[in-house]
Design a protein around this ligand. Structure first.
Ligand SMILES: [Fe+2]
Length: 181
């Protein structure tokens, strides 16, 4: 349940240098469905190509934006290597409901030679397999055709209204009570 008038975070939009290539990636490898694709200037106020993709029933959860007038430069492989320029997008994350599903995506991206730039890794400071970081989830990070970093994860911790953190099994994580700031 949301804490205020904004109910949830919903879609993400990335700028792409080649819409066909990115549709193929997000549809054929990650399983998005194509909702609509529109040319630049189709609507007078919109000078960019817009492509809407979805995983569930919402009209879109991912929007690909392509500006035909722009000369695109490649992104650095890792956000950490981007040492000059304005503050930029770092990564976005896609959630699986089970480890089995998460492994299916891992196998798919491996079979398609999609670059995995980090992981698989357990984000945990209590799990013996953990990397010492936060959120109690298992993740790996890939690059889309333009080098946008996409995290694929499952088992993100939840936080009770009183601030107690729980893992995916509902077990209370010791020493993790979030203080109100
Ligand atoms: Fe993340």
């Amino acid at each position: 349940m949301a804490h205020g008038p904004i109910a949830r975070m919903q879609h993400f939009s990335v700028e792409v240098s080649n819409t066909d290539r990115s549709i193929e990636f997000y549809r054929d490898i990650l399983g998005f469905k194509l909702t609509e694709r529109h040319a630049a200037h189709e609507v007078a106020a919109i000078p960019v190509e817009l492509t809407f993709l979805r995983l569930g029933t919402a009209h879109h959860e991912l929007v690909l934006v392509h500006n035909p007038d722009k000369t695109y430069r490649p992104r650095p492989t890792r956000p950490e290597d981007d040492l000059d320029g304005p503050p930029s997008f770092h990564h976005f994350a896609l959630e699986c409901d089970s480890r089995e599903d998460w492994e299916k995506v891992l196998h798919k991206v491996t079979a398609r030679n999609v670059p995995i730039v980090r992981g698989p890794v357990v984000h945990s400071f209590v799990d013996p397999r953990g990397d010492g970081s936060w959120g109690e989830n298992e993740a790996f990070y890939i690059l889309d055709p333009d080098g946008h970093r996409v995290e694929i994860f499952w088992a993100l911790a939840t936080i009770d209204p009183d601030g107690v953190h729980r893992n995916v099994k509902g077990e209370r994580l010791q020493g993790t009570k979030t203080e109100e700031l």
